[in-house]
Design a protein around this ligand. Structure first.
Ligand SMILES: C[S@@+](CC[C@H](N)C(=O)[O-])C[C@H]1O[C@@H](n2cnc3c(N)ncnc32)[C@H](O)[C@@H]1O
Length: 219
């Protein structure tokens, strides 16, 4: 996928995809957005010291990095599985400033996350294991059971195939009662689908530039 490096409003990079006219993150702040939605409304809301996470759209690895840092700071064991159809060219990844902007060990952790092989779980730190899987969620069923889902696909208006009943059903099938699903989108059709699949859906305040986001809990 052809991409262009952009600096978002908090100084962190994101990528723009001309063919979709879409960004990987909010241009109001990539790190700010990821922390708000996936860490704040997702990971930080879960009790327990062992959490399995499914991410849809590994992309730049920003959510994986922030999760690894959070897991280390809070001493919780996270098993992180991330699905990606189009892994980024390492030459693009090397330009991203997430490592230096996040923590003193950020650069080293970001490098470890990206150099981990695809297709097998790797223990990246004492608290964080990573399983990057190259797959197409519009065709393949994910495997496993997850307490937390980071649904970070391109927007429903830009890539509707990722927001269909078939795809959301695939995700619901790998959750259990109490599992949490978070995404930046608050589209009505998504909320209806999630409710029909047995989730209690709540709208929460979104990050800068986004009034609301979705958090859903499996009954
Ligand atoms: C919004 S971006 C993800 C941002 C990412 N979470 C990050 O932190 O950089 C959406 C991602 O979904 C991936 N994607 C697109 N179609 C897909 C598919 N059919 N199956 C799995 N991933 C897909 C894209 O390549 C892209 O990396």
């Amino acid at each position: 996928m052809d991409t262009k490096l952009i600096i978002s409003q908090d100084g962190s990079h994101t990528l723009y995809v001309p063919s979709l006219d879409e960004h990987y993150h909010s241009h109001f702040g990539a790190i700010t957005e990821s922390k708000h939605i996936f860490i704040g409304a997702g990971l930080a809301s879960l009790a327990g010291d062992k959490i399995s996470i499914l991410e849809v759209g590994f992309g730049t690895g920003l959510n994986a990095l922030l999760t690894a840092l959070y897991a280390g700071e809070h001493e919780i064991s996270v098993a992180y599985t991330s699905l990606e159809k189009y892994p980024l060219d390492p030459k693009i990844v090397q330009q991203l400033n997430y490592g230096v902007l996040t923590a003193s060990n950020g650069p080293e952790l970001f490098e470890a996350i990206h150099s981990a092989p695809w297709g097998s779980p790797v223990q990246i730190t004492e608290w964080f294991s990573l399983n990057k899987i190259q797959s197409d969620l519009t065709a393949d069923d994910p495997e496993g059971r997850f307490e937390l889902v980071f649904f970070d696909a391109f927007g429903p208006d830009k890539q509707p195939a990722m927001w269909t009943e078939e795809v959301i059903r695939r995700i619901a099938a790998v959750t259990r009662p109490g599992s949490v699903f978070v995404t930046y989108s608050a589209k009505g059709s998504l909320k209806r689908l999630l409710r029909a699949l047995g989730f209690d859906v709540t709208l929460l305040p979104g990050p800068p530039g986004k009034r609301v986001m979705t958090r859903a809990v499996k009954r």
